[in-house]
Design a protein around this ligand. Structure first.
Ligand code: UDP
Ligand code: LCN
Length: 801
């Protein structure tokens, strides 16, 4: 796939190896001496640093410089194979013969084959399945520049509009057909059949504009409806004369000389989206008492806020276009009969803060058709999804009285169900990943068998590949979620090539240069996460409860530690107690740092203090570690650990109360796909220290709107926080400056209003291009169907036993 990209490094490196054999030997033998068949980027960088310390200059030879850019090395007695990531999403595979110092470029197939050879101890399968979507890629639909990744819709508009309109000039009817296909419940919208060609359309627009210009701008659509209909125009152009004129003017401009911007604006007005189905099958999905339960975190918060924002935006756009229809949004999730005091056993639940959006719950059924009573972890639900897709589809159609206009999937399971449903219903599919598992677990692909019973990554990664490729467009919260950074691989990028020995090898799974990727970042609910300075809005009635949470005694087995020093600022963290969230890491750094312990106390909201209350293996493990650390470092007077799940209002006010005390929020995750708590804290004006791995790297500008911390270097991170606290004590202006910068950052980038506007435009534009071009191809769909039928299905079925 990358063969067209010339690799400039190879000849220079080959020359170096030939000329400096003994030096190269020393470098490579040091690496072999580490004694491991697979080395990661951090191992290679450490090795280069070690060599540099040993002999200055050795760390920066062409060989070591190249090793620093390798994501992985695979080594046997004769060869070292290297995966070189030259820059964002551009990879080369090389091998060096350890005696001959001979350097060769190898194909991705050979590279992955070598890994399989090592991982299976020589038992690799020479005829194993190789998944390759590259033959379906088409260059004209690919971005060229890494900087453009995540702005797919802009690219499509630029690339396709001039071509389409050239063809229209030659009599092409596609635009006309597109404008004629809109209707709602039997009511024709936009154009009726009396306009038969683009020439007629142009004439009709000109004709319509003459009387429209004479009318008062605020005259309602009803005043001109009859006149417009006789010319061929149906409702949908605008609610009043001004808007109708504007929309018609836009279309005339486009027909004259299309600009991508005008096209986007025009399509943004076409009434195409009346109802949306959002899929989030797995977790406890509800509006209260669910956060903090296993598998139920930011995704639920995200979707509920998304629903409110989308409904508002849909409503506004329809009103502006003069269409008096109530938009519908339905979140499809699982009905869990044993609901443990939540509403997850209720079929329908109206979503608060919306006009008529609903949660619609449909149970999982087993092969015998019986409803599953209990929650099923996201790692074990694969056998139920196909039946769920059919049941959910039936209930959705009944509830809406027809098909939705857009299906949005969430996470691996929701995206797979979205794929099945949108293929069947012929509706546009949008995916949101949130946080996929592949990059969270080391060697989740290569050594998949070791964890198969616990995680079932075989089914999950197969589902991911299928869903990524069936989606019409994919929304990500950050750039690096797609393509990583100079130094780290993106979540999606990691699906481009990988191997699961004994299952299959992927040589082209997804292409991050595909224009289906768009960055649309979420926000934090502004009614809940508002600045601590907004005195009149503060929830003062919650202050006694917050006081008790922070400074109260140990209660009912759900807290540990009592804070004694009321004069100290507070550091605050709140997360599910998953290993990846690294809350235990933070407690450990804090415990080890006398400076930090002297400067501030730490408040932790997460998990349960009593392990017996937890129903999740990983969480119980983390609870054990928390207790160990509290005891080992003697933290009971300085760390307040609350094993409670805070309702949003309380959480919002808590962030602000921490800000009142000139504290800070800390998000120490080993990796965080986005990090809603980070934007929540910042929206409250709380200075934030957050992991440099994942979303926060992009959300925060280090040293300006917050700080990055490296979870792998806890001592340095502890010192970064300590230094900030020292400086704020010395310079009273520093804390407010940091707080304001955080607020500005959020305002400019992370709001649900911006999100909804963008999302609604994307849905229309992708719908348009799908209709008028050959973006969707039958051969890709057929290949994916085979993958589903022959690979995914047997894996899922085998799990059911
Ligand atoms: N949350 C909450 N109360 C709690 C714990 C968490 O309201 O007791 C919310 C938190 O405010 C955030 C979400 O749960 O909105 C967690 O999202 P995030 O993106 O930080 O992490 P995730 O859990 O999705 O990995
Ligand atoms: C899941 C996660 O782990 C977080 O990083 C995100 O913020 C959340 O979903 C919402 O997308």
């Amino acid at each position: 796939m990358e063969a067209d990209v010339p690799n400039v490094q190879v000849p220079a490196l080959a020359a170096y190896l030939a000329e400096h054999r003994s030096q190269a030997h020393r470098v490579l033998h040091h690496i072999i001496g580490l004694g491991r068949p697979f080395l990661l980027r951090s191992d290679l960088t450490d090795a280069a640093d070690y060599l540099e310390a040993d002999e200055p200059g050795l760390g920066e030879t062409p060989l070591t410089a190249m090793l620093r850019r390798c994501e992985e090395a695979a080594i046997d007695a004769s060869w070292i194979y290297l995966a070189l990531r030259r820059r964002v999403a551009r990879w080369d595979y090389l091998r060096i013969h350890l005696e001959a110092m001979d350097l060769q470029q190898v194909s991705v197939t050979e590279y992955l084959g070598f890994k399989e050879h090592l991982a299976t101890g020589g038992n690799e399968d020479p005829f194993g399945l190789e998944i390759d979507l590259a033959p379906f890629y088409r260059d004209q639909y690919k971005l060229q520049e890494a900087e453009s990744i995540g702005r797919g819709v802009e690219f499509l508009n630029r690339r396709l509009s001039s071509r389409l309109f050239e063809e229209i000039g030659k009599g092409d009817q596609r635009l006309l057909h597109f404008l004629r296909m809109h209707s709602y419940r039997g009511q024709q919208l936009m154009l009726n059949a009396s306009i038969k060609s683009v020439v007629e359309l142009r004439n009709a627009l000109r004709q319509a504009l003459i009387p429209l210009r004479r009318r008062p701008t605020h005259a309602p659509y009803a005043d001109v409806a009859t006149e417009l209909r006789t010319l061929g125009f149906e409702p949908g152009w605008g609610a009043d004369v001004a808007r109708i004129r504007d929309t018609m003017g836009l279309l005339l401009d486009i027909l004259e000389a299309p600009s991508p911007r005008a096209l986007e604006e025009f399509l943004g007005r076409v009434p195409m989206i009346f109802s949306i189905a959002i899929l989030s099958p797995h977790g406890w999905f509800g509006q209260s008492n669910v956060l903090g339960r296993p598998d139920t975190g930011g995704q639920v918060v995200y979707i509920l806020d998304q629903v409110r924002a989308l409904e508002r935006e849909m409503h506004q756009r329809l009103m502006e276009q003069g269409i008096d229809i109530e938009p519908r949004v339905i979140v499809l999730t699982r009905l869990i009969p044993e609901a443990q005091g939540t509403l997850c056993n209720q079929r329908l639940e109206p979503i608060a803060g919306t006009r008529n959006a609903l949660i619609l719950r449909v149970p999982f059924r087993n092969a015998a058709g019986e409803e599953l009573q209990h929650w099923v972890s996201r790692f074990h639900l694969w056998p139920y999804l196909e039946r769920y897709a059919l049941d959910a589809e039936r209930e959705l159609l009944a509830e809406l009285g027809g098909r939705p206009d857009l299906i949005i999937g969430n996470y691996s399971d929701g995206n797979l169900v979205a794929s099945l449903m949108s293929q069947r219903l012929k509706v546009s599919q949008c995916n949101v990943a949130h946080a996929l598992e592949k990059t969270k677990y080391l060697y989740s692909d290569l050594y998949w068998r070791d964890n198969e019973d616990r995680y079932h990554f075989s089914a999950q990664f197969t589902a991911d590949i299928i869903a990524m490729n069936t989606a019409d467009f994919i929304i990500t919260s950050t750039y690096q979620e797609i393509a990583g950074t100079d130094d780290s691989v993106g979540q999606y990028e990691s699906y481009a090539r990988f191997t699961m020995p004994g299952l299959y090898r992927v040589v082209a799974g997804v292409d991050v240069y595909d224009p289906k990727f768009n960055i649309v970042s979420p926000g934090a609910n502004e009614d809940i996460y508002f600045p601590y300075t907004a005195d009149e809005r503060r929830l003062k009635h919650l202050h006694p409860e917050i006081e008790e949470l922070i400074y109260g005694g140990e209660r009912r087995g759900d807290t540990r530690g009592v804070l004694a020093r009321r004069d100290k600022p507070l550091l605050f963290t709140m997360a599910r107690l998953d290993r990846i969230k690294n809350v235990t890491g933070l407690v450990d750094w804090y415990g080890r740092s006398p400076a930090l312990r002297e400067l501030a106390d730490l408040v932790v909201v997460g998990g349960h203090v009593d392990a017996a209350r937890s129903g999740d293996d990983e969480e119980r493990e983390q609870i054990g570690i928390m207790h160990d650390l509290m005891s080992r470092h003697g933290l009971d007077g300085q760390v307040r650990w609350l094993g409670v799940h805070l309702e949003k209002q309380l959480a919002g006010e808590l962030y602000r109360c921490i800000a009142d005390r000139r504290g800070a929020f800390v998000q120490p995750a080993l990796f965080e796909a986005f990090g809603l708590t980070v934007i929540e804290a910042m929206s409250c004006g709380l200075p934030t220290f957050a992991t440099c791995f994942g979303g926060p790297l992009e959300i925060i500008e280090d040293g300006v709107s917050g700080f990055h911390i490296d979870p792998n270097h806890g001592d340095v991170s502890a010192e970064t926080i300590a230094e900030f606290l020292r400086q704020t004590a010395a310079d009273p202006g520093l804390w407010p400056r940091c707080s304001s910068a955080a607020l500005e950052r959020i305002e400019s980038r992370y709001t649900w209003r911006l999100y909804a506007e963008r999302m609604m435009t994307l849905a229309r534009v992708y719908g348009f291009w799908k209709y008028v071009t050959d973006l969707e191809r039958a051969e890709t769909r057929r290949y994916l169907e085979m993958l589903y039928g022959l690979q995914y299905r047997p894996l899922a079925r085998a799990m059911e036993g």
